[in-house]
Design a protein around this ligand. Structure first.
Ligand SMILES: Cc1ncc(COP(=O)(O)O)c(C=O)c1O
Length: 457
């Protein structure tokens, strides 16, 4: 079977509201051609993010009812701790309300000004938390990962030689830890191989540097290892995860992805000193160590989500659904990043709209066209998000890639929704010359893509 079979039945439904083309034209203009400004009720298929947008199972909803809201020692904390310990194996487990709080706590404790943090590719919040604490975030993605036209099974891998060179150049005293992001979100949701994790571990160990995972999409990464890496076909996802995390010294986790919950996260480490310092800070800014900014019921939903996400039928569907969307687009000649990753399909907007120069935001123009065509919300990952103007020379540097990410929420949409999305994109592709560029009329100094106002050229 080469189609993604949903391994669940639908028990509760949430109606979607259709809009007319005229309504969408008005809404997008009022939103300043920025999809973040559109009320969610005016979106038909929302592919803005896969984070915190999962549908919970009946078992997770039932777990909410056994939430124990005791301030200290809630039973749900112990269930959560047991699930995390079994899968991730780390000694100290510190719940947080989401991933960036785990990052904030970790980097507040381990970084000193001028330190470097190597990563296969930092996610935005990870980079921001490193920089906020005086460090420098260094991306060491392998060369294949940077090329949108090569197809390789593990394009998320760390460039291990570049890591070795960086450590040789700056010394271990400047590098308190190495991060490994699985799957590699900012590089197309591409997976990292177990071999690459072992090699990275070997370099870290030789230099006495701890290795941490940014583990948001660990189960999707483990499924890719099972599917693509020799020697893992007969191992369970749990066994693969246990091996993978055995090479690390800790992790940060946003459970809003592979925890299958709408809110939650944690920080885990084997380092008792770091855990103690993080816990002191946690109590100051987040909450007591057995709830960490969450309700007891949220911890229970997370505990159950971590066990559910290991289910192979679910993961086969999950990765298959993304591939299915990618295949329909690819067959119609729509330029996408290949192979498709674990949580999203990325449209290559530069190849899609070659007539729109980068300074007129081809990615954003494509995202706007998709909303207008079919009420679908995606997100631009290109010049609107990343272009940087040098304040002294006034010159702008543009990113290599102009992408539009179609991030698919977990267990929310059916394969028929994916076909609808594919059809809408193919229809736009057939008359792509009619799409025009955009220019900014208002922007803020930081993270401008969230609030920028644009107009059509
Ligand atoms: C790889 C990665 N790390 C960290 C985060 C931050 O997690 P959160 O949104 O829960 O703060 C995200 C969120 O999308 C992510 O994709």
């Amino acid at each position: 079977m080469d189609f993604p079979f949903e391994p669940f039945k639908i028990k509760v439904v949430e109606p979607l509201r259709s809009t007319t083309r005229e309504e969408r034209d008005r809404i997008i203009k009022e939103a300043g051609f920025n999809l973040f400004n559109i009320p969610a009720d005016s979106i038909l298929v929302d592919l803005l993010t896969d984070s915190g947008t999962s549908a919970m199972s009946d078992n997770q909803w039932a777990g909410l009812m056994v939430g124990d809201e005791s301030y200290a020692g809630s039973r749900n904390y112990f269930n959560f701790e047991a699930a995390v310990r079994e899968i991730f194996g780390f000694r100290h487990i510190i719940p947080t309300h989401q991933g960036r709080m785990a990052e904030n706590l970790l980097f507040s404790v381990v970084l000193k000004p001028g330190d470097l943090v190597p990563n296969n590719t930092h996610f935005d919040t990870t980079r921001a938390n490193v920089q906020h604490n005086g460090g420098m975030a260094v991306d060491l993605l392998n060369p294949a990962g940077r090329d949108p036209h090569t197809e390789q099974p593990f394009k998320g891998n760390m460039d291990v030689q570049a890591l070795e060179d960086l450590i040789q150049k700056h010394g271990r005293g400047k590098i308190p830890l190495v991060m490994m992001t699985i799957t590699n979100n900012s590089a197309g949701g591409q997976p990292v191989s177990m071999a690459n994790i072992r090699e990275t571990r070997e370099v870290c160990q030789r230099h006495g540097i701890p290795m941490f995972f940014d583990a948001c999409r660990f189960a999707e990464n483990c499924f890719f290892i099972k599917d693509r890496e020799p020697g893992y076909a007969n191992r369970s996802i749990l066994e693969i995860a246990q091996e993978l995390f055995s090479y690390g010294d800790g992790c940060t986790m946003s459970a809003k992805k592979d925890g299958l919950v709408n809110i939650g996260g944690f920080l885990a480490t084997n380092n008792a000193d770091w855990a103690g310092r993080v816990t002191n800070l946690l109590i100051l800014i987040e909450g007591f160590p057995t709830y960490g900014g969450l309700a007891g019921r949220d911890l229970e939903a997370m505990a159950r989500g971590f066990r559910e996400v290991l289910n192979e039928d679910y993961l086969r569907f999950r990765v298959g659904q993304i591939r299915y969307l990618g295949q329909q687009l690819d067959r119609a000649g729509v330029p996408i990043i290949k192979p498709t990753g674990g949580h999203a399909v990325y449209l290559n907007a530069r190849d899609f709209l070659p007539h729109i120069p980068q300074y007129q935001f081809p990615g954003q123009a494509l995202a706007v066209a998709l909303y207008r065509e079919a009420g679908i919300r995606s997100v631009e990952i290109g010049s609107l998000m990343f272009a940087q103007r040098d304040p002294e020379t006034g010159e702008t540097t543009y990113p290599d890639l102009e992408l539009v990410r179609l991030a698919v929420p977990r267990r929310v949409y059916t394969s028929m929704h994916m076909s609808y999305v594919a059809e809408a994109i193919i229809s736009i592709y057939k008359r792509r010359e009619q799409i025009t560029g955009l220019r900014i009329v208002h922007e803020s100094p930081y993270l401008r893509h969230f609030t920028a106002q644009l107009e059509e050229v």
